[in-house]
Design a protein around this ligand. Sequence first.
Ligand code: PEP
Ligand code: MN
Length: 279
Amino acid sequence: MPEFNEGLKKDYFGPAGRSSHREDTVIEINEVKVGGSDLAIIAGPCSVESREQILNIADEIKDTGACILRGGAFKPRTSPYNFQGLGEEGLRYLSEAGRASGLPVISEITGICQIDLFGDIDIIQVGARNMQNFELLKEVGRLGKPVLIKRGFSNTLRELLFAADYVMNEGNPNVILCERGIRTFETYTRNTLDLSAVPVLKKLTHLPVIVDPSHATGRSEFVEPMALAAVAAGADGIMIEVHDDPVHSVTDGRQAIDPEAFMRLVSRARAVRAALKEE
Ligand code: PEP
Ligand code: MN
């Protein structure tokens, strides 16, 4: 495998690179496509809080345009004293809600020891904090299921592409990349959404690129504008935290939007996408 030399080579050439695969990769999960002409919309709560909560939210969003249901069961929390997620029980409720609503499901894995619990989960998420957990990346690569990798808050786009290569080198071509904001000196928003990541990644890689404006901004009022900007920038999809009762959300309530706001966001996002296609 050629060694990457940042100083000499501006283009990226690993298996995730455009030079190894000219066409855009489209990942199919049941009837849902991520990449290509469709706009993928991933939505759901930050955390699975109870069976009722996830069944309710799945039911509310399934008709408003969500194509993939999210819900965290293993939560990577900054403080060890905060809710850590329902774990295995949470994954069970999430897959039940997926079956009931007909939506494929995605959840975050935080350690190799959890791999066997993800049998009914359609897409495995490797979060920002684990983007460079290389052993975990290799292990989810061997599993062969679609993997969504979020950009670490202090990682470059090349490092994100290398993370994708770790998965792909194990024979798993089904990788989705997600920009979710990086750390800068600005503290008004939770992170700074690096939207130039979208056209840059679309140039460098054939993999689908999605944007998470919820974790990027940390504030519900900024989620829609940045979601629309992400679509305008050419993102293949968006990931939105939606809660039926944001104020009482156990985690990340400040950035959650309710199903009604989500419905508005989706119809505007689709309009932006359609405007791009008209050219
Ligand atoms: C999440 O999507 O639930 C999450 C924890 O996101 P991130 O890894 O981007 O912080
Ligand atoms: Mn969250």
